[in-house]
Design a protein around this ligand. Structure first.
Ligand code: ADP
Length: 538
C-alpha cells in the first residue's frame, strides 16, 4: 500500500493490467468507458487486483464482474473460445450475452456463488458451446468462486477452468477399445462354444500333444474310436499301436513331418480297437501350434470315424472291379476278331469295309483302355494291385504300343528317337498301359498335324522314357494336381475332350509300385513333355 501512494494513478493502473500477451494488450486498449464498469481509472481495487491475478495466471481463467457480469479472460482461456465467433467480442461482453447457449446451466451456479454459497466444482462436464461457427461438444472441469469488494460484498465470479475435451475423448476411445475387446473375447468364446458343440454333434475325437514332453491328452470320443475306456490313460504310443503295422509308420512319419514343418496333415488309416478289437477306419487331421507366452508348442488334431464311408467305397470298388473284369473278356475277344478281320480285309479291294473295321477297332481300343483303367483303379484302391514282374526290353514294348496306337495316330507325325535297347524288370502290361496313356494323351491334347516324339534313354541306373507333344500345354497351377485321381484341367479347349482324369493317376501309382517316377514339363501353347523313369534290370 505504501507503494501505491507513491506512484501516479496511470502507473498504478498499469501495474495491475500488465502481463498477458494477447489479452493483456486487448484489455489495455479496450474502451471500457462504454461499459457498466466505466473506464479503468474508476475501477475498484478488488477488480484491479483480480484482473491482475487473471492476466498473469497461466491457468485458464475468466472473470465476471458487477451486476451485468462483464467478462474478462486471459490468454490461457482464449483458445477455448475457438477461432471464429466469440473472441474477441467476448471481452467486455455481458456473460448472458456471450453464453446464451449455456445460460440455463451456468446462471444457477453464478447465483449460488454470488448469494454466498460454496464455490462450485464440476469435473469433465459436457457443456456444448457455440464456437467455430457451430455448436461443439466441449467438456470442462471448472470451479466458480466469488470475489468480494473491500467491504466484503460479493461483486464478481472468478471462473477457473480447464477444457478436458481431449482427455474425455481419449478416455472414451480407450473405453470403446476395451468394450470392443470384451465383445471380441465374447465372440471368440461363443465361437469356441460353437466349435465344441459341432465337435460333439459330429462325434469327432480330439487330441492334444505337448511337442516337447509328448504328453498326450485324448477326448473320450477319441479313446472310444481306438477301443479304450473313457477313464483310461492313453499315451501317444498306445494310439500308434492300434494302427495296423503296414500303416503305422506312414502315420508316425506324417505327424513328425507336420511337427517339423509346421504344416497340417491329413491321413486316412485303419485302427483296431484295444478292448473291443473292432476294426475301424479313421481320418486324422492335425496341426502344430507353435509355443507362445500362454502355452508351450503343441500338436492338436481331430479324428473322424469314416468306417461306413470306407465300406461304401470298398463296395463300390469291388463292384467296379467285378464289372470291369467281366467286360474285359468279351472285349478281348472282340478285339481279336477285329484284328483278324482287318488283316483279311487288307487283302481285298473293299475300302469301305476295311476303313469301317479300323474305326471299330479304334473304338474298341478306347473302350479297353477305359475298362482297364477302372479295373486298375479298383484294384489299387482296395490294395489288391498285383505286379507280374518279368525282365523285358522296354524299347521293344514302346514299338509294340506305337504299332497298336497307329490307327489313332493318323493325323499326327510320330518320331521315335533315340530308343536304344534297354532291359527292365517290371510288369510289362502295366508299363505298356503307362506308355499307351501318355501317347494317347499327347494325341488327345495336341492339334492335328503336330509332331509327337517318343524317346528312351538310360542314365544313373534308370531307363527314362519321354513323350513330347506340341499341344496346348498345361498351366503351372494344374501341373501340381495332374497326377491326382479324377483331376482334369478345366479349359475351353479340354471341355470337348472326353476323359475321366484317371489316366495319369494310374500311371503315377503304377510307377510308384515299381520304384519309378513320373513328371512333366510343359508350357502353355508350346507343348508338354511327360517323362517316366524305371530302375534298370540288374
Ligand atoms: P483324362 O485325359 O482322362 O482327362 P488324365 O489323367 O490322362 O485324364 O489327364 C489329366 C488331365 O491332364 C487331362 O484332363 C488334361 O487336362 C491334362 N493333360 C494330360 N496330358 C496332357 C497333354 N499331353 N497336354 C495337355 N494336357 C494334358
Amino acid at each position: 500500500m505504501q507503494l501505491s501512494t507513491e506512484t501516479s494513478p496511470q502507473t498504478h493502473l498499469q501495474s495491475y493490467l500488465e502481463g498477458g500477451t494477447e489479452m493483456g494488450a486487448l484489455i489495455r486498449s479496450y474502451d471500457w468507458s462504454g461499459t457498466a464498469l466505466g473506464a479503468p481509472d474508476q475501477w475498484s481495487q478488488s477488480l484491479l487486483t483480480t484482473i491482475g491475478i487473471v492476466l498473469k495466471s497461466r491457468f485458464p481463467m475468466c472473470l465476471w464482474w458487477g451486476t451485468e457480469l462483464i467478462q474478462f479472460y486471459n490468454d490461457a482461456y482464449r483458445p477455448s473460445l475457438g477461432n471464429e465467433g466469440k473472441h474477441p467480442k467476448a471481452l467486455g461482453q455481458r456473460a448472458e450475452e456471450c453464453w446464451p447457449e449455456i445460460w440455463p446451466v451456468i446462471k444457477p451456479l453464478i447465483d449460488q456463488v454470488l448469494s454466498g454459497g460454496e464455490s462450485t466444482w464440476s469435473e469433465d462436464q459436457l457443456i456444448p458451446i457455440y464456437r467455430n461457427n457451430r455448436i461443439e461438444n466441449v467438456y470442462w472441469t471448472f470451479s466458480y468462486s466469488k470475489v468480494n469488494d473491500t467491504s466484503g460484498k460479493p461483486v464478481g465470479v472468478l471462473v477457473i477452468c480447464s477444457e478436458t475435451t481431449d482427455k474425455v475423448n481419449t478416455m472414451a476411445k480407450i473405453e470403446k477399445t476395451i468394450t470392443e475387446q470384451i465383445i471380441a473375447r465374447k465372440k471368440v468364446e461363443q465361437a469356441e462354444e460353437m466349435l465344441r458343440l459341432s465337435i460333439e454333434a459330429a462325434n469327432v475325437g480330439t487330441w492334444h500333444m505337448d511337442v516337447a514332453t509328448r504328453k498326450f491328452i485324448a477326448s473320450t470320443r477319441m479313446k472310444e474310436l481306438y477301443g479304450y475306456y473313457p477313464d483310461e490313460e492313453v499315451s501317444y504310443d498306445d494310439v500308434l499301436n492300434r494302427i495296423p503295422e503296414e500303416y503305422r509308420n506312414k502315420v508316425r512319419l506324417a505327424v513328425e513331418q507336420a511337427i517339423a514343418s509346421g504344416e497340417s496333415y491329413s491321413i486316412e488309416h485303419p485302427v483296431t480297437g484295444y478292448h473291443d478289437q473292432t476294426p475301424r477306419w479313421v481320418r486324422a487331421l492335425g496341426k502344430l501350434y507353435p509355443g507362445t507366452s500362454d502355452h508351450t508348442a503343441h500338436f492338436s488334431g481331430l479324428t473322424l470315424d469314416i468306417t461306413e464311408q470306407k465300406r461304401d467305397e470298398m463296395r463300390k470298388n469291388d463292384f467296379i472291379g467285378m464289372v470291369s473284369h467281366e467286360l474285359k473278356t468279351p472285349l478281348t475277344s472282340l478285339n481279336g476278331y477285329l484284328q483278324l478281320l482287318i488283316a483279311r480285309m487288307r487283302k481285298t479291294e473293299d475300302t469301305f469295309i476295311s476303313t469301317s473295321l479300323e474305326k471299330a477297332y479304334v473304338q474298341v481300343k478306347k473302350m479297353s483302355t477305359m475298362i482297364n483303367g477302372f479295373l486298375n483303379i479298383s484294384r489299387l484302391e482296395s490294395g489288391k494291385i498285383h505286379l507280374d514282374m518279368e525282365i523285358f526290353d522296354l524299347d521293344q514294348l514302346i514299338r509294340e504300343i506305337i504299332e497298336e496306337t497307329k490307327p489313332t495316330l493318323q493325323h499326327h507325325h510320330l518320331s521315335l528317337s533315340p530308343c536304344l535297347p534297354v532291359s527292365v524288370y517290371a510288369d510289362r502290361e502295366k508299363i505298356g498301359s503307362v506308355i499307351s496313356n501318355l501317347l494317347s494323351n499327347s494325341i488327345k491334347y495336341s492339334p492335328k498335324g503336330k509332331i509327337i516324339e517318343i524317346s528312351c534313354i538310360t542314365h544313373d541306373g534308370v531307363a527314362e522314357v519321354r513323350v513330347r507333344d506340341e499341344g496346348m500345354g498345361i498351366k503351372p497351377q494344374a501341373i501340381e494336381k495332374l497326377f491326382e485321381r479324377f483331376y482334369r484341367v478345366e479349359t475351353k479347349h479340354t471341355q470337348n475332350i472326353s476323359g475321366f482324369g484317371i489316366g495319369l493317376y494310374l500311371c503315377s501309382e503304377i510307377l510308384l509300385h515299381h520304384g519309378g517316377s513320373i513328371w512333366v514339363e510343359s508350357e502353355i501353347g508350346v507343348g508338354s513333355t511327360f517323362h517316366f523313369s524305371l530302375p534298370l534290370a540288374t
